[in-house]
Design a protein around this ligand. Structure first.
Ligand SMILES: [Zn+2]
Length: 243
């Protein structure tokens, strides 16, 4: 790792355990490889809404699903190099009470992330996802407020990137950033394979990464780019030059 990248942090806020793997696993692996602290906040295990295969097993209970999803997510996070924290707030519907919200605000202030990754603003297939987006964004803004816990250091303005939803068009999501994840895709695929409850998505998200890779190569000089991960920015890019 270069010295300038030590001590840097990226924050990933997701509704369910699978989300960080499919949608941001490449970013987590890439930045962890560079020496960044990649913090993943999982608001729920996706135990009710994103574990259909497990619910078909005889004798299955909510506690068993949660325990299995926790174990899978820990294994996936370890492969990617992420530091995962589970808030265990329940899903379908997800509800974030005040104490959990405050904990997320404290996390922003403590870690001072250089960037934030979270869900799209809309998702007509899944209301936990836009809700997690709102929580991630609102906690960021409260962490910036001088009047919140006065005397604490406030957060700056880390850019927010929205990772790719399952069906982008219906979510009014359009990529304006494609991250080259070719060098870490093997780790992303290994992390997919930890998610036994969602085996039907392993090849689907491999195809998504391949397509984004082709588009990344088409839009850049990275002609050997094979795998990509796409994001939509909320705030403008700020700098002193165009390129
Ligand atoms: Zn989800």
């Amino acid at each position: 790792m270069s010295k300038s990248e030590a001590g840097k942090c990226g924050l990933v806020v997701v509704a369910h355990t699978g989300d960080f793997v499919w949608r941001a696993g490449g970013a987590i692996a890439l930045y962890a490889k560079r020496g960044w602290h990649m913090k993943i906040v999982c608001l729920s295990f996706g135990e009710r809404g994103e574990s259909a295969k497990m619910w078909r097993e005889p004798g299955i209970t909510l506690e068993k699903v949660k325990a299995a999803r926790l174990a899978e997510a820990e294994k996936a996070a370890k492969i990617l190099g992420g530091d995962i924290e589970f808030y265990d707030l329940g899903d379908y519907p997800l509800h974030v009470p005040t104490d959990a919200f405050e904990k997320l605000v404290d996390t922003y202030r403590k870690l001072k992330p250089q960037f934030v990754l979270t869900h799209s603003k809309e998702d007509p297939y899944n209301y936990d996802h836009p809700y997690a987006n709102r929580i991630a964004q609102e906690a960021r803004i409260i962490a910036q407020a001088h009047g919140h816990k006065p005397g604490e250091g406030v957060l700056g303005a880390p850019p927010v990137f929205l990772f790719e939803p399952h069906q982008p068009e219906q979510c009014n999501w359009k990529p304006d950033m494609i991250l080259d994840i070719s060098e870490v895709f093997d780790k992303k695929r290994q992390a997919f394979e930890c998610l036994a409850a969602q085996e039907h998505l392993w090849d689907y998200y491999t195809r998504v990464a391949l397509n984004r890779g082709i588009q990344g190569a088409r839009n850049s000089e990275r002609k050997d780019m094979k795998y990509g991960e796409a994001y939509q920015r909320i705030f403008p890019t700020v700098g002193g030059e165009f390129v």
